[in-house]
Design a protein around this ligand. Sequence first.
Ligand code: MG
Length: 381
Amino acid sequence: MRDIVILGSTGSIGVQALEVIDANPELFRVIGLTAGSSNHELLAEQAKRFRVSIIGTSSSEFSAELPAGVSVIRGSQASPEIASIPADIVLNGITGSVGLASTLSALAVGNKVALANKESLVAGGELVLSYGRDQIIPVDSEHSAIFQAMLSGKKEEIKKLVVTASGGAFRDRIDLENVTIDDALAHPTWSMGPVVTINSATLVNKGLEIIEAHYLFDVPYSQIEAVIHPQSVVHSMVEFVDGSTIAQASPPNMKGPIAYALGYPHRVAKATPGIDWTKSHVWEFRPIDNARFPAVNLARKVGEMANGMPAVYNAANESAVAAFLNKQIKFNSILKIVASTVESFSSRQLSALRDLSDVKEIELNAQMYAKELITKEVYAS
Ligand code: MG
């Protein structure tokens, strides 16, 4: 029986993780839950359903009704605090770099982290890794696939990692000038939260995942490729030095990678339906159009620069995406704002990240820079 803490329990990853746990009560027990400010009723319901005695919310108030004996931690420290409860696995399903503090606090007490919060590695980089790679099990579907495929050979036999991308809502759309929020939120294969869906439409999500892969697997950026695969069935691949490529495939369903991370090194039976070979399938792969989608190469560039530049890329993007969802800027302006912020910071000689406050300072500066750009007429919607 494994004791599991779930951070971001009312989000897409958290809800699916609870479904996996619900289907496997002999394997997993939930001992702590945290969620953001928007859905306290669901959080209370989850606490009741899974008989959890401690929950947390990032808001300062909590009004939903709870069973007797459940304690509630409120405020921005709730998730980091609950992440440090001794547990077998802390699943971090928080969206955004706000999840970094919780990842660090879980790792600091020796908890294993099932990481769905890619921003932890993008913004925290070496800081997160200072606790050791083997304390982190990836939940992002691409990284779970690479993690599984890597078991086919030795580290020094890896030639390259190939990260697949659905291509997002606009992979077949040439004109990105007049994209609406609804257009951008209509993801062809995955159902996810709004920020991840927009990041998927700009391919920033793939950029973040390349940086995440670099840190997780210690492979240089020159050996990490991305390829469009519209069906999202092959979740990523590893090519070995002998020219052999090992892929992990399953119909798109996050319960697969979630269950793999919670159960590792064991596989959880019936975690997700397999591929139906009584039907015909076409799996298509094509190169990324870097002119239309500059996000991937820009991510590679900030990744190579390291020293907080990935945090700048991510923070500028978080500000720009919020502004797009708020109808302040055009879809096409998102990457322009990110690129311009990166450009400005790349000449500033950032130094290595020492702690969480270093990350926060860089992020704050990048957000301030990006927010100033957001008010400019040229980017307005
Ligand atoms: Mg992914």
